[in-house]
Design a protein around this ligand. Structure first.
Ligand code: EPU
Length: 341
């Protein structure tokens, strides 16, 4: 059995790169490692926190339990015919590398999700999405280790209860299931979706009509890189908040004052509005206090310019929430996983 390491700074394992120590820390390379680690934690009555690439997690305090870094690897073709291919991908594989592998093989369905930082195992937790596509669109099933029974269970798309930036793993099964692998179904004769405004505009400017998978992927990479900071260059966790869902009546009220307020359809009675727009309108875009700031090109991203502390990031995010609520009557909910210790 591997022994967990002690007092490890999580700064090096999270893309926001704020310091917080894990009392115990272990890398998981197999199901056997995972079972041993769970036993280790149980014996000592330690809390368990799972991380992948740490690209959507911020530890606000030292973590008094055991952090498991999932490093399970492997991609397996489990089924294939002339129109589809089914891939079973281990949770520790890098999401973007998987996207590039699929694009290189001309297997379609996840090209719009290029460059999203993180691991494959983290993707279902918040049903990652970008440019009009969400993981649930290609997701078939996953296998998870259930802490209540110490058994591996298969969960279908329907059971995962996917919705906007959420799934059963973020709510009912939070801290109760550890995702081991994910099976996706990709298309061999795929017509990619390039209808999202930014993508459409980019492809039009490039003179590309009826783009293929690779062209849409390249467009996503270009658009994303022009707006979102690369966490390897500037520490961040992507969108800090979810785009809020508000009633049509509140939207109509606000629209009288803010004629340019964008929205996306959500349901008959509700609309989704871009948090980035609200935060910019409230005057926070480009704001910086010490090393904590709001990214100048996308107000939805909180960045750490170097040595910001978790407390400074939290203070900035709370101030944004308060101000947006005062100005628009809209509550912003964090999209990142905030671990309080
Ligand atoms: N906007 C502003 N100011 C800003 C940012 C955005 O006015 O500072 C406006 C834009 O002009 C546009 C609208 O808000 O009208 C939407 O902006 P954008 O297309 O950049 O997308 P978003 O809604 O801010 C969401 C996802 C991103 C994803 C993009 C593209 C959430 C919380 N975020 O952002 O996901 O890449 O759409 O699909 O849903 C992530 O989850 O970490 C992430 C980056």
């Amino acid at each position: 059995m591997k022994t967990p390491r002690e007092m490890i700074d999580l700064r090096d394992y999270t893309t926001m790169r704020v310091s917080a120590k894990a009392k115990y820390f272990i890398e998981i390379n197999s199901l056997a490692d995972l079972k041993d680690a769970v036993q280790f934690a149980r014996k000592r009555k330690l809390k368990i926190q799972v991380i992948g690439a740490g690209s959507n997690t911020i530890f606000f305090k030292d973590f008094e339990g055991l952090v498991l870094r999932i490093q399970l690897k492997g991609i397996e073709i489990v089924d294939e015919d002339e129109s589809q291919i089914k891939l079973k991908v281990a949770a520790g594989e890098d999401w973007n590398e998987l996207v590039m592998y699929c694009v290189d093989n001309n297997w379609g369905g996840i090209e719009n999700l290029a460059l999203i930082p993180g691991t494959v195992g983290a993707a279902p937790v918040q049903n990652i999405g970008a440019y009009g596509v969400e993981l649930e669109d290609v997701f078939t099933e996953l296998e998870a280790f259930m802490l209540a029974t110490d058994s591996v269970e298969v969960m279908s798309n329907r059971l995962c209860n996917f919705r906007y930036r959420a799934s059963i793993f973020k709510h009912e099964l939070k801290d109760k299931a550890i995702i081991l692998n994910v099976t996706l179904t990709l298309q061999k004769n795929h017509v990619p979706d390039s209808s999202y405004d930014d993508l459409h505009a980019y492809l039009k400017a490039m003179g590309i009509k009826n783009p293929g998978i690779k062209q849409v992927c390249d467009a996503v990479v270009a658009v994303r890189s022009s707006k979102l900071p690369d966490p390897n260059e500037l520490s961040n966790t992507g969108s800090f908040f979810q785009n809020p869902i508000i009633s049509v009546s509140l939207y109509n009220q606000l629209k009288q004052k803010y004629h340019d307020m964008p929205s996306y359809p959500f349901s008959n009675f509700q609309l989704k509005v871009p948090a980035g727009w609200l935060i910019e309108k409230a005057g926070w875009k480009g704001f910086r206090d010490g090393d904590a700031g709001v990214y100048p090109k996308q107000a939805l991203i909180i960045v750490n310019y170097g040595h910001a502390t978790a407390a400074q990031i939290l203070k900035l995010s709370k101030n944004i929430q308060i101000d947006v609520y005062e100005k628009f009557g809209i509550t912003l909910t964090p999209e990142v996983n905030l671990i309080e210790g």
